[in-house]
Design a protein around this ligand. Structure first.
Ligand code: PMP
Length: 354
């Protein structure tokens, strides 16, 4: 590599995703995937699309999916933007709405992609402290900044901010864009989508990767005032004219058409989360209140890094972050009841050995 490139790339700090080891079959509780398959109607739609249309280019404006999402949420089609996962949408949103002149605000403990994007696009940012239990204080997201990005529920803490709190942030930032990243909103939270009607500065970002079991299809959504959507379209069009492929479009539409399956799997995940939270507390963990499909937990009796390593030896992957403030916590995705039983058994054994 030339010196120019090595110096340039050395300054880029990449996002470090959850590991995907291939050395053995693991119980995977480390990347917040859904343990259940997508709706059978999605599989049927994928099969149909594969048989029917793959020789043809997809619709570059993704009209059918945008219409489906618009009617699902009671919005207009011009208020919907779709992308290859919400990560791609965030990658468009950062340069579309933020600048280097004033800092973007996000919580000190949050989705680690945000500082990566800010750095990549040369944007300034500041982190806002959360309290010792990771509670977000909306009053700290005041003016004089260049925008706000907030996951709700937050990741990896699983903490939900109330709609009242979100309104406070939107009111204090009426001249800049506030992005609410609702990757985990369907597991018990209340979406900010109804606020779009009153707040032209609000962009809500969602994904089909978690509550709709479609991480492998890569579909994300953004919803907001048509002017914000137009901003995203301009950035997108400078990269590529096609957004989603035909399979992703067909699968995503079918997912929105099977509400019963969506509700049933989300209900199961929430019930498993509550049971897991109680059981973890029963063996000495402190668990942060979660409205997501994962829990964030610490065990005063054993270091998180050791617990992570011991679980991995036993074929169970959870997420450990070697970072200040959260290095005593494990983030554990909610799997099936059987998977969580295996986790709890393993933790019980590990702690008994200590
Ligand atoms: N936002 C948050 C807060 C997330 O945790 C994730 C998943 N890691 C994403 C966005 C991205 O999800 P996807 O690109 O699969 O839509």
């Amino acid at each position: 590599m030339s010196r120019f490139w090595s110096e340039l790339t050395a300054s880029l700090v990449p996002y470090v995703p959850g590991e995907q080891p291939k050395d053995q079959r693991y119980i995977k509780l480390n990347t917040n995937e859904n343990p259940y398959p997508p709706s059978p109607k999605v599989i049927e739609a994928l099969r149909h699309a594969a048989n029917a249309d793959l020789r043809l280019y997809p619709d570059p404006s993704c009209d059918a999916l945008r219409e489906t999402v618009a009617s699902y949420y009671g919005l207009g089609k011009e208020q919907i933007f779709v992308g290859n996962g919400s990560d791609e949408i965030l990658a468009f949103a950062f340069p579309a709405f933020f600048t280097a002149a004033k800092p973007i605000l996000f919580p000190d403990v949050t989705y680690t992609f945000y500082p990566v994007y800010a750095q990549l696009y040369g944007l300034s940012y500041e982190t806002v402290p959360t309290d010792e239990r990771f509670v977000i204080d909306p009053q700290r997201y005041g003016a004089h900044n260049g925008g706000v990005v907030l996951p709700n529920p937050n990741a990896p803490t699983a903490r939900l901010l109330s709609i009242h709190g979100i309104k406070q942030i939107l009111d204090a930032n009426s001249d800049q864009v506030v992005i609410i990243d609702e990757a985990y909103i369907d597991f018990g939270g209340q979406s900010a989508i109804p606020l779009i009607a009153d707040y032209p500065n609000l962009l809500v970002v969602q994904t089909l990767s978690k509550s709709r079991s479609l991480a492998g299809l890569r579909v994300g959504l953004a919803m907001g005032h048509p002017d914000l959507i137009e901003g995203l379209n301009r950035i997108k069009n400078s990269f590529n004219s096609y957004t989603l492929d035909r399979l992703a479009l067909a699968g995503a539409i079918a997912s929105f058409e099977d509400q019963a399956y969506f509700e049933e799997t989300n209900r199961k995940i929430q019930a498993t989360r509550e049971r897991t939270t109680e059981a973890l507390a029963g063996i000495g963990f402190e668990v942060i209140e979660s409205q997501a499909n994962f829990v964030f937990a610490t065990c005063p009796r054993r270091s998180a890094q050791e617990l992570f390593a011991e679980l991995k030896k036993r074929g169970i992957l959870v997420r450990y972050f070697n970072k200040p403030r959260i290095d005593q916590y494990l983030r554990i995705s909610i799997g099936t009841d059987e998977e969580m039983d295996a986790l709890l058994d393993a933790l019980g054994q590990i702690l008994a050995e200590a």
